[in-house]
Design a protein around this ligand. Structure first.
Ligand SMILES: CC(C)(COP(=O)(O)OP(=O)(O)OC[C@H]1O[C@@H](n2cnc3c(N)ncnc32)[C@H](O)[C@@H]1OP(=O)(O)O)[C@@H](O)C(=O)NCCC(=O)NCCS
Length: 216
């Protein structure tokens, strides 16, 4: 059994829950079922795992188990009033993290397989400065995957505040040993060039996990 990842990456005000999407106990609420009507089995499994994890984590913050986590037209989850969160899934693992909005402004998490990022994607995802740095490393592909994942986590974290789509070059990521800093390269509602979102990451048992939280 895999050790939980996100408890180690986020602070004490954040509730986390993780699960293998193939072994989910429980299911979707009626209003959530409509959101994956006609979807492929894998998608239904992963969506269900995300909602089940969200409900368990929200339950620890006192939210009733009958409260759905719906989805906006932009595909972002709609959290119950007073709460914020983030969801990520792969074929083998799924996680949801939640917090009270009085404690945390926003959260973003991402899971990826720890296979190397393909060379073609490196160019799409990484800025010239990031690429120069990566190409000095012995394994640029795997580190590139961490950068990619960090950008996705930052995207999910900034979205509830900006309501804005951002391309991969909108932030430039600097990696530390187990942490990262994403520096905004452009303006987005609520963010200026030079603003920093800090996060943490780990690579374990075939997965890259990245997470960031914006404190109050
Ligand atoms: C939205 C996106 C980040 C999802 O990431 P992914 O690796 O494909 O998939 P994950 O399993 O990690 O995450 C999917 C979950 O993200 C959440 N999500 C989707 N859109 C979102 C948004 N706009 N804001 C916050 N969360 C969002 C949903 O909960 C979704 O799961 P669900 O549909 O089951 O509820 C990605 O598809 C995307 O569009 N990326 C491009 C933008 C980007 O990353 N820019 C980086 C620079 S800031």
């Amino acid at each position: 059994m895999r050790q939980a990842l996100f408890r180690r990456l986020l602070g004490p005000k954040v509730e986390t829950e993780e699960i293998d999407p193939h072994t989910v106990q429980g299911g979707l609420l009626k209003s959530e079922e409509a959101l994956v009507d006609g979807a492929a089995q894998t998608r239904i499994e992963q969506f269900t795992a995300g909602r089940v994890c969200s409900r368990i984590a929200l339950g620890r913050l006192g939210v009733a188990a009958t409260t759905p986590v719906l989805r906006g037209e932009d595909r972002a989850p709609i959290w119950p009033p007073g709460f914020i969160g983030s969801i990520s899934h792969t074929d083998t693992w799924c996680a949801a993290v939640v917090a009270r909005t009085e404690d945390i402004r926003s959260l973003g998490i991402d899971l990826e397989s720890s296979t190397p990022l393909k060379e073609a994607l490196l160019k799409r995802v990484c800025t010239p400065k990031e690429r120069d740095w990566l190409h000095q490393l012995p394994a640029p592909g795997v580190t590139g995957k961490i950068l990619f994942s960090a950008k996705e986590a930052v995207y999910k974290c900034q979205y509830p505040l900006s309501n804005q789509f951002l391309g991969f070059h909108a932030v430039e990521v600097e990696l530390g040993e187990d942490s990262f800093q994403a520096v905004f390269q452009q303006e987005a509602a609520g963010f200026q060039p030079g603003d920093v979102v800090s996060g943490r990451y780990l690579v374990e048992e075939g997965l890259v996990a990245t997470a960031c939280e914006l404190p109050r």
